[in-house]
Structure formats: structure tokens, C-alpha cells
Design a protein around this ligand. Structure first.
Ligand code: UT7
Length: 325
């Protein structure tokens, strides 16, 4: 059966220059390198400085992805940008990137699913491609999460970083089997009852302020291990595949212990798991595409590999994309 597949043509990433170590943070709040590394695996993060905005990071990642794909802005029909830290309440940061790229046609929109944003954006772009609403889509995950952190709250400020990653997806004919290149399965979930476990205590419609991240860490941790294990099983079941068929898992990079917990429950070989949380920290919607770009860039992920992307975030939201590279 002939089908349309959303095939990854290129990927790219961008990190701000400013690297902040755990020791740097220990001079700011009551914490230590030992606590942060042992509880999370994080050693450093990149943070924006000066006037750097989410759209600046997104633009750099987008250009890198377009270069990698051998395409330019005129080839793009749409931009789907996942972020929790838009430059402004409106318009969408995606439209700022659209203008900066010099793209004068098509459409651009933001997706809000916090740390799962890139997975949701990939699923959204996939739907546009398979229904023929676009042929080439730039999918971006970009965050300046440092701007919504309470820098006096040691339970959250040590966990996050800034950055952006992007892929170019293009429609391509497939045979309808798991041998096809492209997105094979996408699954998305949310459960709004868990709002209070992870949220921002402000917003234009409530406090007219931006607010800061508030989190019940242990509660999020517990749900993350369970939800991420289940979503991987769900996606593989849908494809009729097993965990051993997967070449690479690119998980959301929130906490090394969450990644290890899910890896163990799944019976997954830890050598197949891409880890960047040690040097990027949790970059929310940017974490999966940043990790993806690193593993593609250093030659680990190769054409034809079966790659599983998964994430969970505030809402709660969680989801996964199974992609033949
Ligand atoms: O993308 C989704 C977003 N978030 C996550 O995925 C995060 C999920 N949760 C986690 O990663 C972990 O729960 C944390 C890393 C946030 C916390 O680790 P934990 O092992 O669950 O620690 P805890 O919250 O149980 O705190 C243990 C202790 C507490 O002290 P007491 O009450 O035992 O005296 C905290 O006050 O550690 C203390 N603590 C800190 N100490 C030094 C909390 N933050 C810090 C800190 N430095 N930065």
C-alpha cells in the first residue's frame, strides 16, 4: 500500500555561548555540584545572556537544519515551533523566525506542550505532510527556560538550560511498512488533572505576569518513569516491533535517573540511549532535537536506523515518535 511518509532531510542545533557550571550555581543558591550530579546527572547548562531570545536560538538551529538538508527558506511550506518561552505572548515565535529566514509564503505556528513540545510538533507536522497541506516543514524546539526560573528556588533553577534544535521534514512516498524512511508512528497524551505538579504561577490571563516554574519534583519523577516506559511500549506495539528492534532512543533530557529508570524497565540496552542531560541540562522542548542533532552529528544515528523520540512535560503531556532515519 503506498503511503506518504514524513522523512527527516536534515537536522541542526544551537546553544548559547554562556556555559554555567554547577559550581557557578553554588555561588548563587544553596546547592552543590555533588547534589546536582548525584540527583540529576547535570554538570553544566548553556544559558542566554544579554538580549538573546527564543527566536534567536530557533533561527540559528533552523539555519543549521536547512543547511544540513541542502534547502533554503524558499523551500519551506511551514514552520511548527515548540516552545514554552515565546518571545511575546503573541504573535507566535514561529512567525518571527519565518520573517528572519526571509520566508514570505506558507504558515508558521507555535506548539505548547512544555517539555513534550517537540514530540507534539513532530506529530503535528507529520499530519500536515500526510494530508498534503505542506510538503516541507521546519520543526523546531526552542527555549529560553532560564527566563521563567525563580533563581532563588534551588529546587528548580539548577535543573534547566537554554537551547534550540530543529529538523526538516519532507513528504516522500512510502510502502506502508516499517522499512519506510520517515515517521512510522506518533502517539500523544495529556492529563490536565496533574497541573499542580508542574506549572508556571503566572500568565497573561491570570496574573498578567509571566510567572515562574513551580514543581513537585518527586511527583513529576514518579509519573515520568511510568509514562515514558508506557509510551515507548505503546508506540512499539502499534508498529508491531519490540524494544530490540530500536537502534536509538532519544529521550527527553530531564534527569539521568529518570532516563535510567525507564531504560531498565524497558529492558533496553543503555548503549542505545542518547544522553545529553549532563552538558545541556533540561532544555524543555529543545532537549530532544538537541540530543538528536548531537547523535546525528557525531555519526551515531545513521540513515536507515530506527529512532525512538520520547518526552514528558507539564500538563502533564507525554508522547513519542518512532522514526526510520
Ligand atoms: O521535564 C519535566 C520536568 N521536570 C522533571 O523531570 C524533574 C523530575 N524530578 C526530579 O528530577 C527530581 O525529583 C529532583 C531532581 C527535582 C529532586 O530530586 P529528589 O531526589 O526527588 O530530591 P527531593 O526533592 O526529594 O529533595 C531531597 C532534598 C530536600 O531536602 P530535605 O527536605 O530532604 O532536607 C531538598 O530540599 O534535597 C534538597 N534539595 C537540594 N539540595 C541541594 C532540593 N534541591 C536542592 C539543590 N541543592 N538544588
Amino acid at each position: 500500500m503506498s503511503v506518504v511518509r514524513a522523512v527527516v532531510r536534515g537536522c541542526g542545533a544551537y546553544l548559547p555561548d554562556n556555559v554555567v557550571t554547577n559550581a557557578d550555581l553554588a555561588r548563587r543558591v544553596d546547592t552543590s555540584d555533588e547534589w546536582i550530579v548525584s540527583r540529576t546527572g547535570i554538570k553544566q547548562r548553556h544559558l542566554v545572556s544579554g538580549n538573546e531570545k527564543t527566536s534567536d536560538l530557533a533561527l540559528n538551529a533552523a539555519r543549521a537544519a536547512l543547511d544540513d538538508a541542502g534547502l533554503d527558506a524558499g523551500d519551506i511550506d511551514a514552520i511548527v515551533l515548540a516552545t514554552t518561552t515565546p518571545d511575546e505572548t503573541f504573535p507566535a515565535t514561529a512567525t518571527t523566525v519565518q520573517a528572519a529566514l526571509g520566508m514570505t509564503r506558507g504558515f508558521a505556528m507555535d506548539i505548547q506542550a512544555v517539555c513534550s513540545g517537540f514530540i507534539f510538533a513532530m506529530a503535528t507536522a507529520n499530519s500536515y505532510l500526510i494530508t498534503g497541506q505542506a510538503e516541507t516543514i521546519l520543526v523546531i524546539g526552542a527555549e529560553t527556560f532560564s527566563k521563567i526560573l525563580d533563581w532563588e528556588d534551588r529546587t528548580t533553577c539548577v535543573l534547566f538550560g537554554d537551547g534550540a534544535g530543529a529538523v526538516v521534514l519532507q513528504s516522500s512516498p512510502g510502502s506502508g511498512t516499517n522499512a519506510d524512511r520517515g515517521i512510522l508512528v506518533s502517539k500523544l497524551h495529556s492529563d490536565g488533572r496533574l497541573h499542580d505538579a508542574l506549572y508556571v504561577d503566572g500568565g497573561p490571563g491570570s496574573t498578567q505576569t509571566t510567572g515562574f516554574v513551580r514543581m513537585q519534583g518527586r511527583e513529576v519523577f514518579r509519573h515520568a518513569v511510568v509514562n515514558l516506559t508506557e509510551i515507548v511500549r505503546e508506540v512499539l506495539d502499534e508498529a508491531g516491533l519490540g524494544i530490540d528492534d530500536v537502534d536509538w532512543v532519544v529521550p527527553h533530557q530531564a534527569n539521568k535517573r529518570i532516563i535510567d529508570g525507564a531504560t531498565k524497565r524497558l529492558g533496553l540496552d543503555p548503549a542505545k540511549v542518547v544522553i545529553t542531560v549532563d552538558h545541556h541540562a533540561n532544555t524543555s522542548a529543545a532537549s530532544v532535537p538537541l540530543a538528536l542533532a548531537e547523535a546525528v552529528g557525531d555519526g551515531r544515528i545513521k540513515k536507515g536506523d530506527l529512532v525512538l523520540l520520547e518526552a514528558m512535560g507539564g500538563g502533564f503531556t507525554w508522547g513519542a515518535n518512532l522514526v526510520r532515519w
